[in-house]
Design a protein around this ligand. Structure first.
Ligand code: NAG
Length: 292
């Protein structure tokens, strides 16, 4: 039920959103620096003009924002390793925690507010990734293999190997892998094999790499494609036996308590069975001979 006025407003909103993101994309610069190195983060918003200005620096990581330079001072958490100059801030040394967005806001004497951003990536080589591989998969089922490594900065990308041979992203392109059906997500490290066939049996490992340091390999894990789910059948039989045993025990228990004959022979036995039940062994002999 939107009239022409509403459509116009929506159109205007879309226009302003797209032009805003265009400007901020042009203003954002990415800097990569090895961990523990010094780095200067420039303030483009300041460099573009001259005159008197008030500058503020903010650090944004995920949903949290911290002040670095405010009220003409470097804030306490940063004062030991950050120095301020009008054209930028300088870290004497950076750690992986400093990865994030640095925002420089400049309020000029003329009243004009300008802002510029720098994405800082503190480079950290990948650590050894952890591969999760099912050791036994029934033929025809789906197998999901995962590879995880979170230290790498920029984030690692992943590759998979079977029997020491790199698995191509499209199995049909390779003589070795064309009998397999799988997909690999190099960003998340997930290898999905579907359906699993006997050709998928093998020794698997994954590798994590970014543009820093050397690629890291996971442990090797053997995956066996099995004809039938032997483990599942054994488990089902065991569960069935336990259920049967419980039912048999329940029937015996009810029977031994006279549950089934309760209605037919009513009075005398009931009295006998209502003897105190917390008797000791000695008393038990006595009462049982009394019963007989
Ligand atoms: C793929 O399957 C064909 C037909 O079953 C077989 O001849 C061939 O050896 C298989 N290739 C590999 C690499 O296992």
């Amino acid at each position: 039920m939107a009239g022409p006025g509403a459509w116009g407003r929506i159109h205007l909103l879309l226009l302003s959103v797209s032009s805003w993101s265009l400007i901020s994309a042009q203003d954002t610069k990415t800097i990569q620096v090895p961990e523990n190195d010094p780095i200067e983060i420039p303030c483009a918003a300041y460099a573009s003009q001259s005159g008197t200005a008030r500058v503020e620096w903010k650090f944004e990581k995920g949903s949290s924002i911290a002040l670095i330079y405010y009220d003409a001072k470097v804030t306490d958490p940063y004062k030991d390793r950050v120095t301020y100059t009008p054209t930028g801030i300088r870290f004497s040394s950076v750690t992986r925690k400093d990865t994030g967005k640095y925002i420089c806001e400049v309020l000029w004497g003329t009243g004009q507010l300008r802002k510029s951003e720098v994405d800082l990536i503190v480079q950290v080589p990948p650590s050894k990734p952890v591969a999760k591989v099912p050791t036994s998969v029934t033929i025809g089922n789906k197998a999901v293999l995962t590879c995880t490594e979170t230290d790498g900065s920029p984030p690692s990308t992943f590759q998979w190997y079977r029997d020491n041979i790199l698995m191509p992203s499209n199995p049909k392109t390779s003589e070795k892998f064309r009998n397999s059906s799988y997909t690999i997500d190099t960003k998340t490290g997930v290898l999905t094999i579907e359906p699993v066939t006997s050709f998928d049996t093998g020794d698997y490992f994954c590798e994590a790499q970014n543009n820093v340091g050397t690629a890291q390999k996971s442990e090797v894990i053997h995956l066996e494609a099995t004809e039938v789910n032997v483990g599942g059948i054994v488990a089902a039989v065991v569960v069935l036996l336990i259920v049967l045993a419980l039912v048999a025990f329940g029937i015996w228990f009810a029977y031994s308590r006279g549950f089934f004959s309760k209605r037919r022979d009513s009075t005398n036995k009931q009295v006998i069975y209502s003897q105190p039940s917390n008797r000791s062994d000695g008393e038990f002999k006595q009462t049982s001979s009394f019963l007989v």
